[in-house]
Write a protein that binds this ligand. Structure first.
Ligand SMILES: *Cc1c(COP(=O)(O)O)cnc(C)c1O
Length: 402
């Protein structure tokens, strides 16, 4: 059930990925409904003992139980596969269960995971706190590590390289082509969290990634409604992840899958507008006197601009900047906003502002924050779909007050 299931509707007509991502669907039922129904069922029944035997023996790909597979979940997974250029995929209850499943299914005691240190906080917790319990080693390189530094960090037992690009919240860009080639050369699995860029802006498999993981909770849903995750990539690896997950149970709810699958139909138009709004706001704020710097991948001032334009089709929907006034200015900025939301999510139709130093990273010491590049006045904006000038004006008036 993990392989891409393109609907028979396709016949033999070649279609671009955008069209396929909209047209791929579960088989129509006898009701001939136009929009896909949600298959809210925990199990599936069989006509006779022989059919049931064959399904359990993996001789057919009939659905058995929704912890293993479900048509609504399959539809969502197929749509992500089409956009990422992947052979197969498996969807999970959250981004973290996709990340965890991709680690646990493919690594064993004595293996080493090499990761960039600029990664999502819970991913860091899994790598640094839980993988060691299972005898899986890890080490980190920085987001700006050179090819030589990456290669020097590879050990004989390195099984997987893990990274995010753009990174959260610093928006550093890692060179997928360079790391993809290194992974191939050393026969290491390359696993890329593509949550920030989405497949609309970046397809890591084209650069040699073996696996791509997503928190579907963010831009894929795009409306702040449901949790979800998905891992797509090489068929043989996805098979192992599927077998691990079908036994351990991080299955995506069919209802959430149905919501996410509808969202995939609008992903491209949404992301184009998110990126256009973000690019506009970044340009307008870049020289603002209250900021010591501003980062957006598609601005020439971004330190890795050349890599960003090589591997991304747009700069994404996140802008970050540093307030000269530090931690106090960050708090005042959040308080002064009228339209932007203060919330822990990102990738929503509604613009969101966050100040890591006083919230998500408040428990760390100043030195610990520096080590993960959380500067005192760092603000991350997830740019929404409101009118670009309303977003800009809200940020400008808040900057006046801090
Ligand atoms: C949110 C996030 C995750 C975790 O996803 P959940 O759906 O919250 O479990 C993983 N990676 C990145 C980059 C994220 O932003």
């Amino acid at each position: 059930m993990v392989e891409l299931h393109l609907h028979k509707y396709f016949k033999n007509r070649p279609m671009r990925p955008q069209t396929k991502a909209i047209r791929t669907r579960v088989d129509q039922t006898n009701e001939m409904e136009h929009s896909s129904p949600v298959f809210l069922t925990s199990s599936f029944s069989f006509d006779n003992a022989e059919e049931m035997r064959a399904a359990f023996a993996d001789e057919t790909d009939d659905n058995i139980y929704s912890r293993f597979s479900n048509p609504s979940v399959q539809e969502f997974t197929d749509r992500v596969c089409v956009l990422e250029g992947a052979e197969a995929g498996f969807a999970t209850a959250s981004g973290m269960s996709a990340v965890f499943g991709s680690f646990m299914a493919l690594m064993k005691q004595g293996d080493h995971l090499l990761s960039c240190n600029a990664i999502f906080g819970s991913t860091h917790t899994v790598i640094a706190k839980y993988l060691p319990k299972f005898g899986i080693e890890h080490s980190y390189v920085s987001a700006t590590a050179t090819e030589a530094e990456w290669e020097a960090a590879i050990r004989p037992n390195t099984k997987m390289i893990y990274l995010e690009t753009p990174t959260n919240p610093g928006l550093d860009i890692l060179d997928l082509e360079m790391i993809g080639k290194l992974a191939k050369k050393h026969k290491i699995i390359l696993n890329v969290d593509n949550c920030f860029a989405t497949p609309v802006a970046q397809q890591p498999i084209a650069y040699g990634a073996d696996l791509v993981v997503h928190s579907a909770t963010k831009w894929l849903d795009g409306q702040g409604r449901v949790l979800g995750g998905v891992v797509v990539g090489r068929k043989d690896l996805i098979k192992d992840i599927y077998l691990f997950c079908r036994s351990t149970g991080p299955a995506l709810s069919p209802f959430n899958a149905w919501v996410l699958s509808r969202s995939m139909e609008t992903l491209e138009v949404r992301m184009e507008r998110h990126a256009a709004n973000a690019h506009y706001i970044a340009e307008k704020l870049e020289k603002h006197p209250k900021l010591s710097w501003l980062k957006y991948p598609f601005l020439k001032s971004h330190p890795q601009h050349a890599i960003a334009v090589k591997q991304m089709q747009n700069g994404g929907g996140i802008v970050c900047f540093e307030l000269k006034g530090g931690i106090e200015a960050g708090r005042k900025f959040l308080d002064a906003l009228d339209i932007l939301s203060l919330t822990a999510n990102l990738g929503d139709t509604r613009s969101i502002a966050s100040h890591p130093a006083s919230t998500t990273h408040a428990k760390l010491s100043e030195e610990e924050r520096q080590a993960v590049n959380i500067t005192p006045g760092l603000i991350r904006i997830s740019v929404g779909l409101e009118h670009k000038d309303d977003i800009l004006e809200d940020i400008l008036q808040a900057l006046e007050k801090c």
